[in-house]
Design a protein around this ligand. Sequence first.
Ligand code: FES
Ligand code: FES
Length: 166
Amino acid sequence: MKKRAITLFINGDEYNITVDADETLTQVIRNQLNLTDLKHCCGRGECGACTVQVEDDRYPTGKKIINSCLSLAAMMDGKRIYTVGGLEKGGTLHPVQEAFVEQGAVQCGFCSGGMIMKTVDILENNAKAGEAEIREGLEGNICRCTGYTKIVEAAKQAGKVMAAGK
Ligand code: FES
Ligand code: FES
């Protein structure tokens, strides 16, 4: 398999690595960089466990939300990538993480990283997103434990904090 040298910036850290042309971003982040906060489940874009944000100037927030299992790492050369592992700053949880804990929106936790990143993206685009918008935004992320109600409540709680600019 053809190899390619690339640079990824993950949660602000620079990684200069060599990847196979057919390796997905999930495989590289988890297996080569050992950043296992990123989860891998279906591997075909159906569950959202592998959700990350990637810099993209075409979007108002400068970031686009993707399933990393469907993205080739080689195509991400030079990009800034954000995973759930980068949300906590100096020991302080991101408002979305805090709300997920407070609302009991995390059970087994397998979906949580992707679910939290998707929620962050929804609220960065519109912190005042209502329940319907939140539910629609989270449609691609599957949770087998919580029944979604607590996740939606957590997103609403975090939205209030983010809208207040806290
Ligand atoms: S592991 Fe990527 S969508 Fe399921
Ligand atoms: S908390 Fe278990 S799959 Fe969502």
